[in-house]
Design a binder for this molecule. Structure first.
Ligand code: SF4
Length: 252
């Protein structure tokens, strides 16, 4: 596929990429991106069903994409088990990024080991140290970032679009499953025999850190099990905020 791509350092044309990407299937979108760009591409894997499917396609197509995960230190045992099972199944290492030890020690000293329940600010501070700062390191020098975001998860995520240019990080961001439903993802997972988190069978849908995730009940949306004690509109961890906004919040 002939695609004219601006060199790194110029303004990337996200709209042009979107036009080329939209008619493609999600695995074709991954291949397109790898062929279109010559720099480092990072996929941040959180071991949800979307991530497992994207990882399956990356391995199936043997794409030169760095697969990383942010190990907050507070994940469920079932998530660590899935991580190990996935590496065994595909024979490919998923690179872990950890919180800075000094920053984590200072955080726990300041607000306690479960300080994130005290206020939204305390929760964001924990997400900042355990997720956002490690993400900064994971994406350093990357030309593109792939995530498992779907449009129908939340209104905030819908606004992200399938492909965008993140000026705060100076990289292209692709959400290859943006226009897929959870049902379509699960169907593909089933068809390919992709391993999934054992907690899904117990009512957990969107799975993050253990203290901040619960199973959902009938009629609840899939993100209702995350930070359930907070106002629904504030339930994002900061990973998908522009970097300058995340930094501003850090200073507040
Ligand atoms: S999800 Fe909870 S435990 Fe995990 S980093 Fe955020 S506040 Fe901390």
């Amino acid at each position: 596929m002939a695609v004219c791509v601006p060199a790194r350092g110029e303004a990337f044309d996200a709209a042009r990429h979107a036009e080329a990407l939209l008619p493609l299937s999600p695995p074709e979108r991954l291949s397109y991106l790898r062929a279109a760009l010559d720099g480092r591409i990072v996929f941040t894997h959180g071991f949800g069903v979307e991530g497992q499917l994207i990882f399956h396609w990356i391995c199936e197509r043997d794409l030169d994409i760095d697969v990383v995960t942010l190990d907050t230190g507070r994940l469920f045992p079932e998530t660590y088990a899935l991580w190990a099972e996935t590496e065994r199944r595909y024979g490919r290492r998923i690179r872990a990024f950890y919180p800075d030890a000094s920053a984590l020690e200072a955080l726990v000293e300041r607000q306690g080991i479960e300080g994130f329940y005290a206020s939204r600010e305390a929760r964001m501070a924990c997400c900042d140290v355990r997720k956002v700062r490690p993400l900064d390191r994971a994406l350093a020098g990357a030309q593109a970032w792939i995530t498992g975001t779907r449009a129908d998860q939340t209104e905030v995520r819908r606004q992200a679009g399938m492909v965008s240019y993140d000026t705060s990080r100076d990289l292209l961001k692709l959400n290859p499953l943006f226009d897929w439903t959870r049902a379509a993802v699960l169907e593909a997972i089933d068809a390919h025999g992709v391993p999934v988190n054992a907690l899904h069978a117990k009512g957990f849908v969107s799975i993050g850190c253990a203290p901040c995730t619960r199973a959902i009940g009938p009629g609840e949306s899939e993100r209702d099990g995350r930070w359930w004690w907070e106002n629904a509109t504030s339930r994002e961890c900061g990973l998908h905020l522009p970097r300058n906004v995340a930094y501003r919040r850090r200073a507040e």
